[in-house]
Design a protein around this ligand. Structure first.
Ligand code: SIN
Length: 494
């Protein structure tokens, strides 16, 4: 393989191999990757089957025996080189992300920087994986805990952040001494291949990182779940699929990290700075055209400021430029596919049908584009209040008091991210403590950052990514008890 793979927008579809066993594999079976903005095929990608999956497991397992014995210093140096290579290739990677899943190019560059920041973080973090010396209960025993890599990892990654959701998993996995097999989403396998190519280019040993591209995920994943040598599953995606994978992981009792769906409330109290809140709702809700697990899906606005806020938000949203993701001034690109577009439109239609009013947008545009939309008068029985929209639709719900809004915010099976907007510090703390969510933004609509714990509670998942928590997900704790043959330092008579 040779990257960057998109020299220009009019290039003919390229042909891509999977990356298994340290080689760019050949096959006669391919699947197509579409550009959601152009609606045309941009790549034919090799489709791995169960046989290829077996080869990948074999290689991940034999390489693990060598890789686990390398020093954290060596792994850290490789991560640093991978990080530098990503930043050198920022334009190529951003273009690939933009082409394959429609993210506006400026945001795609931001994603590459965000993705690279996980690698940089873990290049440092891996040097701090010290164990503990444990106080002993017996004079002739010395106790310790060691941290060791869990083993080969299977990572299933989503299309909405095709670079960042890979590095957030792989940087700690590889840094800890695990080998990893990534199965990227069918919509966006090219970024994953690009990242693997960079890893290979900086000297990442064959078999440490493999990318298995496929349009038959069930067959490939079955091999991974049935094989006890794969010790860990890490998945970002829907709650429904996450639960099914959790069940499948039980047979071989794999360690599991699940970053699943969300339905984030964004609470705007009457004392909020409304202009600042509008700007943060825009970055929270409309980032990636609303195709983000942590983006708000319910905006609760205090009754006394609801009309004023709706007006300001409506104006700001109408100014967001919708269009070709490769144009520098585009803020809203297409949705990833017809299913995504239809769901967003169904939520708008259902809400209007049940009495909501459109403040901005509300319509389908050509192809996979949907106008960024603000709805007011949204109520509990509307679909948008229980399903994750994953599109550029901001529903406003009016509330009257703190206890009511906290109860409503918590009345969801999801518990990923929640946001609140107020100038009252006491209120901010008390409400943040009461919200049943894994992450809280206080006057902050975009809290994600590599060094912080990212993850949810309830139906939003298990485990944390980022910071030292993210590294522990790839390490087992081994208890070591040493019994001494004597207890005195000198056993000779004086
Ligand atoms: C996600 O949508 O799961 C990732 C968003 C983020 O890292 O902020």
């Amino acid at each position: 393989m040779k990257f960057p793979i998109f020299p220009n927008d009019n290039a003919a579809p390229i042909e891509c191999s999977f990356f298994v066993g340290g080689t760019w594999g050949v096959t006669d079976r391919f699947f197509q990757v579409y550009s959601p903005s152009k609606g045309k095929v941009i790549a034919n990608v090799a489709a791995a089957d169960a046989d290829v999956a077996h080869q990948a497991v074999e290689k991940a397992s034999s390489t693990f025996e060598v890789w686990r014995r390398t020093t954290p210093y060596l792994r850290s140096e490789l991560l640093k080189a991978w990080h530098a290579a990503m930043l050198e290739h920022i334009e190529g990677l951003a273009l690939t992300i933009s082409m394959e899943m429609g993210k506006p190019i400026q945001e795609a560059r931001g994603e590459v920087r965000y993705a690279a920041s996980f690698i940089e973080l873990y290049a440092r973090e891996v040097l701090r994986t010290a164990g503990d010396v444990i106080p002993s209960h017996a004079g002739d025993k010395r106790l310790a805990s060691w941290h060791q890599p869990v083993g080969p990892v299977y990572a299933i990654t989503p299309w909405n952040f095709p670079a960042a959701m890979i590095t957030r998993k792989l940087a700690p996995a590889l840094g800890a001494g695990c080998t990893a097999i990534v199965k990227p989403a069918e919509q966006s396998p090219l970024t994953a291949l690009y990242l693997a190519w960079l890893w290979e280019k900086v000297g990442g040993p064959a078999g440490t990182l493999q990318v298995i591209t496929t349009n038959d995920p069930v067959a490939v994943s079955k091999v991974m779940f049935d094989d006890a040598r794969i010790r860990k599953l890490t998945f970002t995606g829907s709650t429904e699929v996450g639960k099914a994978l959790y069940r499948q992981s039980a047979n071989t009792l794999k360690r599991v990290s699940l970053e699943l769906g969300g339905h984030a409330p964004f609470i705007i109290f009457e004392d909020a700075d409304l202009d600042a809140a509008v700007a943060e709702v825009i970055s929270c809700k409309f980032r990636n055209a609303g195709q983000t697990c942590v983006c708000t899906n319910r905006i609760y606005v205090h009754r006394s400021i609801a009309n004023q806020f709706a007006d300001k938000l409506g104006h700001a949203v109408s100014d967001l430029k919708v269009g070709d993701p490769l144009s520098e001034d585009t803020r809203i690109g297409p949705l990833v596919d017809a299913q995504g577009r239809d769901k967003a439109l169904a939520h708008i239609k259902d809400a209007i049908g049940k009495g909501a009013s459109v403040v901005a947008g509300g319509k389908a545009l050509d192809g996979l584009f949907v106008q960024p939309t603000v709805l007011i008068g949204v109520t509990e029985e509307m679909l948008i209040m229980s399903e994750e929209t994953f599109g550029p639709v901001a529903p406003l719900i009016v509330f009257d008091c703190e206890s009511e809004v906290v109860r409503k915010a918590n009345a969801s099976p999801y518990g990923l991210a929640a946001y609140l907007w107020t100038r009252d510090l006491t209120r901010a703390y008390l409400v943040a403590e009461a919200l049943d969510y894994g992450m809280i933004g206080i006057n902050d609509g975009a809290p994600s950052t590599a060094q912080a714990p990212f993850g949810g509670v309830k139906d939003s998942g298990l485990g944390r990514e980022g910071g030292p928590w993210g590294l522990q997900e790839y390490m087992d704790v081994k208890f070591v008890s040493t019994k001494l043959t004597r207890t005195e330092l000198f056993n000779e008579e004086p």
